[in-house]
Design a protein around this ligand. Sequence first.
Ligand code: FES
Length: 124
Amino acid sequence: MTAPQTPDTAPAGSSGASYYERHIFFCLNQRKGGEDCCADHRAQEGFDRCKSQVKAAGLSGPGKVRVNKAGCLDRCAAGPVAVVYPEAVWYTYVDANDIDEIVDSHLKNGKVVERLLTPVHLGR
Ligand code: FES
């Protein structure tokens, strides 16, 4: 006889439908052989900046925001890229100011940063 399964406890104020309110994935892919990739466009710096800013703003944790590394997201021509869920909003960023704006506007307040949106036609 096995013990009954205990469901995960939903964060306070959450319906339990989504463990995190928002999830941002940064492509950190490094290609070999000189092929263009996000890692060649300071993606690690963007990821590190986002992670530290989210933490400093008290936004990290269950029911709030999660910042994750990702492999190639197949939009290399627009790199470096990051995507925010559940809205599925794609960003192309350049520097720390861009990351700070994404954190403050979108991750914190749910307002999309229009000027940083990845052009829809850019894929791999
Ligand atoms: S290398 Fe970043 S999207 Fe492909």
